[in-house]
Ligand binder design. Sequence first.
Ligand SMILES: [Zn+2]
Length: 266
Amino acid sequence: MKHIFVFALVTLLLAACATSPTGRRQLMLVSEQQAISASKTAYAQTLKPLEEEGKVDNDPVLKKRITTITERLVAQAVKMRPETAGWEWSIKVIDDPEVVNAWCMAGGKMAIYTGLVQKVKPSDDEIAQVMGHEIAHALANHQAEKMSVAMATTVGVAAAGAVSDRPGLAMAGASAAAALAIKLPNSRTAETEADRIGIELAARAGYDPRAAVTLWEKMGKVGGSHPPQFLSTHPSPENRQQTLKALVPQMLPYYQSKEPRPVFKL
Ligand SMILES: [Zn+2]
């Protein structure tokens, strides 16, 4: 029985490769559409208790600041991948001064924690790098990739359900995997991809690409013995700062362009 399952899983893994926007092969047990619908559930489940505790969007000035930056980034994301215009993009500011984190789930459901703003003290350009990087993970379908890993390991049975006639089981596993995916670290390869796409989104949205370098410097200085959650879910690829610095000259023309910066209303 176990052999049959392993065989089925291996067959599934072989059949389940996809290619990322940068041409990298990805393990995909979960389609992007499945990741998006599972994320919708996971997002609602994540926010509900926080809303009940009054911890969502409390500071109108901060909410406005984050929304303004994010609306410019999403407009560029939609230019890069036009089908994402149909995503239900949204941004919430979660009031938790201890949490230095931000994320964007599959389908464009985003959040940033007040801890990131209070402890990192980012400029608007640096916030644009944070959110651009998060949006890049979603554009490159990294969440479906992490869900695939989660399902292939901890909830492998549900992954098998995904190709069987038990869609209910598969879906329960999927929303658990979606909630888990934002807590799992990205691979360093995924990080490099998100850095590359994120700095471009931000530059095209009118934010200084040099802020990508200063952001990671500031992030590294926060926390001391307790590194911020952001760094545990976004492990540093080799030479991150140098790679970002090397991208700056390519990105500056987008940033310095006099063209208007469109917004995607959230
Ligand atoms: Zn990342």
